[in-house]
Design a binder for this molecule. Structure first.
Ligand SMILES: *Cc1c(COP(=O)(O)O)cnc(C)c1O
Ligand code: SF4
Length: 346
């Protein structure tokens, strides 16, 4: 690893000095990095140094000049977080579960992020008072059965801050379970330290961590080690993957990723259709292609390694499965297609 890879890249100058983009390319990126946060951790930079800037991992995190171009179907709040936010730091769209967002800071900034207009170091996290107001909303809303801590990336919080939140949730009788969405185990595995593990281990309620990972190359030895420690702390691990053109829009690549996740103790949960945030056109995979890819995995790969292919309907109407259908015809004359493509009358 060279010296520049040892600290997190946060500015265009650091990006250029790292050699991940050349000087000419860097010049075209000023408008992008002015608008959207940049962060590439040493763990991720090391992968890109080996695989190249145009590799699956490079494409996810290296800014691209096209990010300032907004396609007609792209919006700043693609899944309607704002219209479902009763108090600061809470998004409550489904009665039985609510999002709690204590920070808008992430370890890395993904170029395809659907909350890209809302995340970054210039967005402060919740103040102590706002956090209490958000927790009060959860306390007085008995239908909330699950709290999903997201952001930003909640696992970049200090162990103490996370402890405060988890202890408060432990005291709320109607909250049965807690979920944390994070890219930290993959992008900054060194942050999964003893203090953090201890907080997770001593929480009373079951904790599920949805680990975001889009390519097997991100499952480094350090990442796999961090995942093992999380699992040993009693946390259940689920995988979230976004289907991305030029990154993982291929059945073989996803097969390797999903097998790698299961082997690391992570159950692939959702494969997301891309949410259309501004400047993400280069990552679009048509749904028909997504269905074809998902279909190619069925029968060939263990059921444990098959996530649900999901669309979050633009505007905030909710998430629905959009995988291929194996049934056709109608009641009394149903036809089912098997994993080998042969059809059977039911
Ligand atoms: C995605 C999302 C959830 C979680 O949905 P699951 O299907 O339970 O994973 C909850 N609330 C909001 C607002 C969401 O966008
Ligand atoms: S870690 Fe999550 S919230 Fe942060 S930039 Fe990536 S996708 Fe967005």
């Amino acid at each position: 690893m060279n010296a520049s890879a040892a600290s997190t890249i946060r500015t265009l100058t650091q990006l250029r000095d790292s050699g991940l983009v050349d000087a000419a390319a860097a010049q075209n990126l000023a408008a992008v990095t002015e608008r959207y946060a940049l962060s590439i951790t040493p763990e991720v930079a090391a992968i890109i140094q080996t695989q190249g800037s145009d590799s699956a991992v490079g494409r996810q995190y290296i800014p691209h000049a096209d990010e300032v171009i907004t396609a007609p179907e792209e919006t700043a709040d693609p899944i309607g977080d704002k219209t479902h936010s009763p108090v600061k730091g809470i998004v409550h769209r489904y009665a039985d579960r609510a999002l709690l967002m204590p920070t808008q800071i992430c370890a890395v900034y993904c170029r395809f992020c659907f909350r890209r207009e809302a995340v970054g170091p210039e967005h402060a996290g919740l103040s102590d008072a706002d956090l209490q107001t958000a927790l009060d909303y959860i306390r007085r809303t008995p239908k909330i059965w699950e709290v999903i801590i997201t952001g930003g990336d909640p696992l970049i919080l200090s162990a103490r801050r996370l402890q405060t939140i988890l202890s408060a949730l432990d005291e709320i009788p109607h909250v049965a379970t807690i979920r944390i969405h994070s890219r930290v185990p993959i992008a900054a595995p060194e942050h999964i330290d003893d203090a953090l593990l201890n907080v997770l281990r001593t929480a009373h309620k079951p904790i599920n961590i949805a680990v975001h990972c889009n390519h097997a190359d991100e499952l480094t030895a350090n990442a796999v080690h961090a995942l093992r420690k999380l699992r040993q702390s009693g946390v259940m691990l689920f995988g979230q993957t976004v289907l991305l053109a030029g990154v993982n829009d291929d059945a073989g690549i996803l097969e390797t990723l999903f097998r790698g996740l299961v082997a690391a103790g992570v159950k692939p949960y959702y494969l997301h259709q891309l949410d259309r945030a501004p400047g993400t056109e280069r990552f679009v995979v048509p749904i028909a292609r997504g269905q074809e890819i998902v279909k190619a995995l069925r029968g060939k790969v263990s059921g444990l390694a098959q996530p649900t292919y999901i669309l979050d309907i633009p505007g905030g109407a909710g998430k629905v499965p959009i995988g291929p259908s194996y049934l056709s015809g109608h009641d009394g004359a149903l036809v089912v297609e098997d994993p080998n493509g042969l059809t059977h009358l039911l």
